[in-house]
Design a protein around this ligand. Structure first.
Ligand SMILES: NC(=O)c1ccc[n+]([C@@H]2O[C@H](COP(=O)([O-])OP(=O)(O)OC[C@H]3O[C@@H](n4cnc5c(N)ncnc54)[C@H](O)[C@@H]3O)[C@@H](O)[C@H]2O)c1
Ligand SMILES: O=C(O)C(=O)C[C@]1(C(=O)O)C=C[C@@H](O)C=C1
Length: 321
């Protein structure tokens, strides 16, 4: 992340914006609502969702101050509108809010792919409205309004990808908003974001989905109860294969080039390992495993552990969430 500006942040109370609108109140949208409420980052929160069920759940949970099925209703008068919908739905959500956006409003999102989202949102962003996309690198394998929690973003990265020439004050507002929820904010180009996330997030999900599929197919062929007797390694490795199919279909289709590049590299490295196993080349295996063990342990030591989203953070803050 060398071309970026890191801003280590502490959760802060006090309004960053007057009116916040959240479009899509699933895992991420509901977590933003909870965190914004908990730390008083907005004076009022309006929520919209295409699903009547999700909207009713948000209302039951008391996540906002105003609820609407029409995104434009929620976005009306908002200072900051955050689209928390699947990457493939960003253009539709952006077009839906666009006519309601007031001059000077900030349009942002939380999509896991940034190049495509910028391309979808730029054409529908009205003149005088500031487009500042962002991506909280935090989540779980669960989805829907009930799955969210206020501390989801604490001590996690939020990558902000402002378009060239973006208004610095708008970028600062979005950064302060995410810092206020406890995230560490970096700015980065969308291209760099998509390349980095292709290997750190997208490829692992693809591999997890694939290995569960392989094991399930094997089970059908051998009737050997592969899944029933799956060992700890399989379970640790495949938690993320329970993630939302719509979200991940969209991520792979919208970050196609970077993901294909990473699959190519991964296949080459896997072929090298297969060769080492075939030829009994223990040194190659041992050297790689020693190196990767140190890297993996370093990730945990740095506090950027990401494999267990529930590791106490859900319970360490009282109040909403
Ligand atoms: N889940 C994660 O771990 C994670 C982490 C970081 C970022 N993200 C990104 O956040 C976004 C939301 O993911 P999520 O996990 O909260 O998904 P989710 O499935 O929990 O929630 C998405 C919500 O958006 C609503 N929606 C879909 N299309 C809509 C539209 N056109 N207008 C209004 N509402 C609409 C759905 O009804 C649903 O309630 C995605 O872009 C995803 O890539 C997800
Ligand atoms: O921990 C998980 O369940 C996640 O998959 C979270 C995760 C990730 O890969 O780190 C998934 C996608 C998002 O864009 C950001 C975070």
């Amino acid at each position: 992340m060398s071309d970026s500006n890191a801003a280590r942040a502490t959760p802060a109370s006090g309004p960053v914006v007057d009116r916040l609108a959240i479009i899509g109140v699933g895992l991420i949208g509901s977590s933003v609502a909870r965190a914004a409420r908990q730390w008083g980052l907005a004076r009022s929160i309006a929520i919209a969702d295409a699903s009547a069920e999700a909207l009713a759940a948000a209302e039951r949970l008391g996540l906002g101050d105003f609820y609407a099925s029409d995104p434009a209703e929620a976005a009306k008068g908002a200072d900051l509108v955050i689209l928390c919908v699947p990457v493939g739905a960003m253009a539709a959500a952006g077009a839906a809010v666009a006519p309601a956006l007031k001059p000077g409003a900030i349009l942002s999102d939380v999509g896991s792919v940034k190049g495509s989202v910028a391309a979808q949102l730029a054409p529908v962003t009205p003149p005088g409205v500031h487009l500042v996309p962002a991506h909280p690198v935090a989540g779980t394998e669960n989805s829907g309004p009930e799955a969210g929690f206020a501390t989801l973003f604490r001590n996690r990265w939020c990558i902000v990808t402002p378009p060239e020439g973006a208004d610095p004050a708008a970028v600062e507002t979005v950064s302060r908003f995410w810092s206020g929820m406890g995230a560490n904010v970096e700015t980065m180009s969308p291209e760099r974001h998509d390349l980095v996330l292709a290997v750190t997030s997208h490829l692992p999900h693809l591999i997890a989905y694939n290995i569960v599929g392989t094991a399930a197919d094997l089970e059908q062929v051998t009737r050997s109860e592969v899944i029933k007797f799956s060992a700890g390694g399989f379970r640790d490795f495949t938690r993320i294969a329970a993630s939302d199919p719509t979200m991940w279909r969209d991520i792979f289709l919208h970050n196609r080039d970077a993901v294909l590049e990473m699959i190519g590299r991964f296949n080459e490295d896997l072929a090298a390992l297969a060769r080492a196993i075939r030829w009994g080349d223990g040194d190659t295996l041992f050297d790689l495993f020693t190196r990767t063990r140190a890297i993996r342990r370093g990730i945990i030591d740095s506090g950027q552990e990401t494999s267990e989203p529930d590791f106490g953070r859900r319970h360490d803050v009282s109040g909403a969430g």
